[in-house]
Design a protein around this ligand. Structure first.
Ligand code: NAD
Length: 452
């Protein structure tokens, strides 16, 4: 589904009209293409005194060929600064008066960030802080980053990354994801990196981090699932693409186009978990990445909803995932370094009229992530979920026009996301270097106002 308004607003006459009338101005987002540089210009990096992240982050950025600058560095030319990203390590802030350091860093740079610029603030998880004052100051970082996401504009994004003490060297996959065009539609998020389980291993080639890995993607025949299959294959994985037999032709097309395998299976069939486990065991002996993407909607207000609608949605979107996880774990098919990834929704966070069944299932996906993270950490397996907002798919193309337009514009980027935006976020979770990233639910919603 094309966003005609966004195309118009980015055209010559459109730009002028949008500005004159004060209409939403959806910027063209920088999206990743293989071979792209991590960032399009210098990264300004600074830290509060005593910060734990400045040194490891400077090291990894420099090794990645990024031009890392001190905040006092001279502008590039008479045109002024052209910073591509602002990164501030706030882990050294131990009480509220230290928050002034944020103002001192961001104020002089705030208006100089390039289009699709990036802001990352590092903090210490409040629950791991040594004193209430430190925890208070660290919690305060969320207000800053969420406001920057709403304020800087022109396709910029801002995130807060809480890094547990001891996990300082486990941040590279996250920093790379957040700086790059892969995170184009992710903004205003709080990510947690911990020391649970393994903290991951850096891939030999950051362009193909999933080389040698086997990934299962459910609901892969179309929409977001097809995009996930393509992105994971691009990153090097062998993808087992699963969908219902009725979608067999489309599924075969996706699998063939990426050199993967098509598996026709209805996830709600009683023998589905066993058949899936048998397939993975026989063909690969394991599965490294499991993406539970298949999902359905059967909308009706609760009073008018028949039980079949409730049951179908809960079973596809939640219960079938639990059954599959159970059998993969029982049969030891998900090895150490494994990645379980769910697809929730902002409806699961905010709730939605006419979607009690869907929102219950999608909130359940969040519950699954939170409850399974500590259990799986003991096996060196991570579990995370994405919560997409308005994504341009056949599903959202069917929405009534006014609702569709509202969904597209009511976010900091004033546009819908693409299936690839969800897929890129999943690929970050899937990376072997993301071992410290577990228990996260990251919204891919352009910082939607819903549920914020
Ligand atoms: P879609 O309807 O285009 O694709 C879903 C796929 O899942 C289909 O190919 C379908 O055949 C498959 N599927 C359904 N039931 C199945 C079953 N029993 N067994 C095997 N496969 C089955 O949907 P989409 O828009 O690509 O959404 C993908 C996921 O993202 C879903 O979980 C959805 O809830 C979620 N999501 C989508 C949006 C959005 O804006 N499109 C927003 C938030 C969340």
């Amino acid at each position: 589904m094309s966003d005609r308004y966004a195309s118009f607003a980015n055209s010559g006459p459109g730009k002028a009209l949008v500005k004159r009338l004060g209409l939403p101005d959806p910027p063209r987002l920088r999206r990743y293409r293989p071979g792209d540089l991590l960032v399009t210009g210098p990264v300004v990096l600074d830290a509060a005194p005593g910060g734990r992240l400045r040194e490891p982050v400077a090291k990894l950025l420099t090794a990645a060929g990024v031009d890392v600058r001190d905040p006092g560095a001279q502008p590039d030319g008479p045109g002024g600064r052209t910073d591509a990203a602002l990164v501030y390590d706030a882990t050294g802030i131990t009480d509220s008066t230290g928050l002034r350091g944020l103002y001192d860093f961001f104020h002089p740079h705030a208006r100089a960030l390039t289009g699709s610029g990036r802001v990352i603030v590092f903090g210490t998880p409040p629950e791991l802080c040594g004193t209430p004052r430190e925890a208070t100051a660290q919690r305060a970082l969320e207000g800053l980053t969420r406001s920057i996401g709403k304020e800087f504009g022109r396709g910029s994004t801002a995130q807060l990354v809480y890094v547990a003490p001891g996990a300082e060297t486990a941040v590279e996959s996250t920093v790379r994801f957040l700086l790059s065009g892969r995170s184009a539609y992710v903004s205003g998020q709080v990510v947690r990196i911990g020391t649970a389980g393994t903290t991951g291993t850096a891939p030999a080639d950051w362009e193909r981090p999933l080389d040698g890995r086997v990934a299962l993607v459910t609901g892969a025949a179309r929409g977001i699932g097809a995009a996930i299959a393509r992105v994971l294959a691009r990153d090097g994985a062998h993808v087992v693409a699963l969908d219902v037999p009725a979608a067999g032709d489309a599924l075969a097309d996706v699998a063939n186009s990426i050199g993967g395998t098509a598996l026709q299976l209805d996830l709600t069939a009683p023998d589905a978990p066993a058949r899936l486990a048998d397939h993975l065991a026989a063909r690969h002996g394991r599965v490294d990445v499991v993406v539970h993407n298949a999902g359905i909607t059967r909308d009706k207000t609760l009073g008018r909803m028949d039980a079949a609608r409730w049951d179908a949605v809960l079973d596809v979107n939640l219960s079938s995932q639990e059954r599959i996880n159970d059998i993969l774990l029982e049969r030891d098919l998900l090895p150490e370094g494994g990645r379980l990834i769910g697809v929730s929704s902002i409806a699961g966070i905010a709730g939605n009229r006419g979607q009690t069944n869907y929102a219950t299932s999608k909130a359940g996906v969040i519950g699954l992530v939170e409850s399974m993270a500590p259990v799986l950490a003991e096996r060196g397996v991570t579990v995370n979920a994405v919560a997409p907002g308005f994504i341009e798919t056949k599903m959202t193309a069917k929405m009534p026009l006014t609702l569709r337009e509202a969904g597209r514009r009511m976010n900091s980027l004033a546009q819908g996301g693409l299936p690839a935006d969800v897929a890129e976020t999943i690929a970050w979770f899937a990376s072997p270097a993301s071992g410290g990233v577990t228990g996260n639910v990251v919204r891919v919603c352009g910082q939607s106002l819903l549920g914020a």
